[in-house]
Write a protein that binds this ligand. Structure first.
Ligand code: DGJ
Length: 721
């Protein structure tokens, strides 16, 4: 790897999926990324060495701060005054490690995409660190992680291990997400100033307010324009994402697990490995999201069967369970085309409301005298599979479990801590607690033939101390939850899991190793869902987002919407119905059936295509859709979310089509005819046929609609004549 002109080894070029990552590997130092982004084409060693030389900054000899290029694991001892990579100590010593003599091993044909592994040592401290950087072939994502090993006799306490992905100075704006219950994933943007913009999750799960991604991009970037780079941590526990710009004008996106005191204390020979930090880039947010979607879809475990349309009982009956009602609901569900019946909260011992019984995972004979078997059998007879709700990691103090095993409840020295929704957290770090849970859940999955678990998690972990001494147990809890999901799936092949945490509180690539679906929000109001799904979609493809048609009057916002708008917003994801079908008229059920049928007709497109969003200048308007991977067809929704200040709404461009193909475009109405009050542009009468280029650059006139109304547009490529 050397050149005639330069004694330094040439950088390593990792190239896959349209992404180049060029990594400096000289000086015995850990890797430093010189370029992450657009594919640079094949580069020989001279070109790579030249790229390296050209990338070195004009820094005089006296400057010791902020080494450039930014190391993936920056350290104070090498002059880095920003967020440190590894922090830790051994009884107050060995706190400023300096890793040297790095060795590099490039595996160009590694499973999934080329990987560079580097190992370096701090011999004085007895620490070794290994860094892996991989570019994934399926989507062109980059991911990296590190492992630190203590070789010394004194235990080494890891306080943090954060990795950094550099972005260029053209990344001048930062986007992240916030939110709350029933309003997850609200975007916020700011200039990329010098300093740190830090988003931390400390509640034992990412949380409702968690930013799925931290994105830096060119000024004014949108879904279709401006280069963006984003990072995500594949971890369902405490974590930090940070965008840092230093006084030397380096910019990077950092990610790592947040560790509590003594959560990771390494004895001699022991290691801690960080979760994967993922990075995606693209021209516009759609391209960034598409890389995540392609990566997830390429995994062997990705759900590939058509996503069964769900009938969920929560908003239909809440805790009012009985066999006759739920059987009737299942029958109505089958009539409208549901394929999976999910019995939500309320089925287990004593659970009449949310104040008691979490932990008592046996069917309540008072409500279900014959058990759940008759319901499950009827559901299957109707051609649906059977799903059941659990909240495995939680316990009510008013439960048989808590009374029998108070020592299994987290306690950092002041008792079980604050209740939230009347509940506390079961410490899965106790092997007996874990075994008890596995046995009860697995037994029910077996005996009831459960195909699907809705896995809820409604309380944050606060002072979650592991008994008897109260040391923090948050990290282990996440590992045990993963283990429980994995072992249940291994014991019951085909079992699917939904990750729900009061809605979108546990949405990340860590849990998606085990979960087949996320519940983005408890809010089924289509006005809110449009935005929640749009931003959740930066990470999660449509087929993994649960999208349910809720009641006419939303249970969370009390807004009232017509069925067509509720159904249209649910159409795109893993469709479900949460309406009380026993309380609606025949016409509503028939219209629901038409929407379910339309979804089934198009779900292959919806669940395999590329998600696109037009950048419309008027924030009152939205256009988004899915374009088939082969560009043969697309479905778009044009929506009005506020009253536009000008009228009519004007032209909308249809993104994502093949410029050189002809498409016929027409409006489709799966439920009822055009919404009342709609004024349709002339082209909608017979449709229009235009090249993809014209549709992309010129677009079509949008219909004039009232607020919270939409029209679906279907584009189909015409065979060449
Ligand atoms: C919170 C979930 O997000 C809801 O969908 C529902 O399952 C309730 N918990 C049940 O208690």
């Amino acid at each position: 790897m050397t050149t005639g002109h330069d004694p330094r080894p040439a950088p390593v070029h990792l190239r896959a999926g349209g992404t180049s990552v060029v990594v400096a590997v000289d000086g015995g130092r850990l890797p430093r990324i010189l370029h992450w982004g657009q594919d640079l084409g094949a580069l020989d060693e001279d070109a790579l060495a030249g790229l390296h030389r050209a990338a070195l900054p004009a820094i005089g000899d006296s400057a010791v701060t902020y080494p450039q290029p930014v190391p993936v694991l920056p350290q104070l001892a090498e002059g880095w005054l920003g967020r440190p990579g590894l922090t830790g100590d051994a009884e107050g010593r060995r706190w400023a490690p300096k890793f040297r003599e790095a060795t590099f091993d490039l595996d160009p044909g590694a499973d999934g995409g080329p990987v560079l592994r580097s190992t370096a040592h701090d011999p004085e401290y007895g620490l070794t660190v290994e860094v892996e950087i991989q570019v994934l072939a399926a989507g062109g994502l980059v991911r990296q992680r590190a492992r630190v090993t203590n070789e010394a006799a004194t235990p080494y306490r890891v306080q943090g291990l954060e990795l950094a992905l550099p972005v260029p100075p053209s990344a001048s704006e930062v986007l992240d997400l916030t939110g709350r219950w029933s309003l997850e994933r609200v975007p916020q943007r700011r200039p990329f100033h010098v300093g740190e913009w830090v988003r931390a999750s400390r509640g034992g799960k990412p949380g409702l307010e968690h930013t799925l991604l931290l994105v830096a991009g060119e000024e004014g970037f949108g879904f279709r324009h401006g280069t963006v780079w984003g990072t995500h941590l594949a971890w369902s526990g405490n974590q930090v994402l940070a965008a840092e710009r230093t006084p030397a004008d380096t910019r990077h996106l950092a990610a790592g697990e947040l560790l509590l005191a003594d959560e990771v204390v390494l004895g001699q020979g022991e290691s801690y490995r960080s979760p994967w930090q993922y990075g995606s880039w693209g021209t516009g947010l759609d391209a960034l999201a598409a890389r995540f979607h392609r990566h997830l879809r390429a995994r062997p475990g990705h759900p590939r069967s058509p996503r069964p349309v769900v009938l969920n009982t929560w908003e239909a009956v809440y805790f009012r369970h009985d066999l006759a009602t739920l059987t009737a609901l299942a029958e109505r569900g089958a009539e409208i085309g549901a394929e999976r019946f999910v019995l939500d909260d309320g089925w287990f011992l004593g659970r009449r409301d949310d104040t008691t019984s979490l932990g008592d995972w046996s069917v309540d004979p008072a409500v279900w005298p014959e058990g759940l078997e008759p319901l499950a059998a009827r559901v299957r007879e109707l051609g649906m599979d059977f799903g059941l709700w659990f909240e495995p990691e939680m316990v009510n103090l008013d439960s048989e479990l808590a009374r029998a095993h108070p020592e299994w409840i987290f306690d950092a020295g002041h008792g079980p801590g604050l209740p939230s929704r009347h509940q506390h957290v079961l410490d899965l770090g106790h092997p007996e607690a874990y075994a008890c849970l596995f046995e009860r859940m697995s037994g029910l999955v077996e005996s009831l033939g459960i195909a699907y678990i809705k896995w809820d998690h409604n309380r944050y972990l606060l002072d979650a101390g592991h008994g008897p001494d109260g040391r923090p147990g948050v990290r282990r809890q996440v590992e045990q939850a993963y283990r429980l999901m994995a072992e249940l799936k291994a014991a019951h092949p085909g079992l699917e899991i939904e990750s729900c945490a009061s809605g979108g509180g546990r949405v990340d690539l860590g849990v998606l190793e085990f979960a087949d679906r996320v519940w983005p929000s408890d809010c089924n109001d289509p006005h809110e869902r449009l935005e929640i799904q749009r931003w959740t979609g930066l990470l999660v493809p449509p087929e993994m987002q649960g999208t349910h048609i809720g009641a006419g009057e939303s249970h969370t916002t009390h807004r009232v919407h017509p069925l067509d708008y509720r159904a249209e917003k649910a159409l795109w994801g893993h469709l479900g119905v949460e309406v009380n079908l026993l309380g609606v008229d025949d016409e509503t059920r028939a219209a629901l059936g038409r929407w379910v049928a339309f979804h089934k007709e198009h779900r292959t497109l919806l669940h395999s295509g590329e998600v696109v969003h037009a950048d419309l200048p008027d924030p009152a308007l939205r256009l988004e859709g899915v374009v088939a991977a082969d560009r043969s067809e697309a479905l778009y929704a044009f929506s009005v979310t506020e009253r536009p200040s000008t009228w009519p709404p004007g032209r909308v461009r249809l993104p994502g089509l093949d410029d050189d193909r002809l498409y016929s475009v027409r409006a489709v109405y799966p439920g009822s005819p055009p919404p009342a009050g709609a004024v349709l542009p002339p082209w909608q009468r017979d449709g229009v046929t235009l090249p993809g280029r014209v549709l992309r650059l010129v677009g079509v006139e949008a219909p004039s609609l009232d607020v919270d109304r939409s029209v679906l547009l279907r584009a189909v490529s015409r065979p060449a004549s």
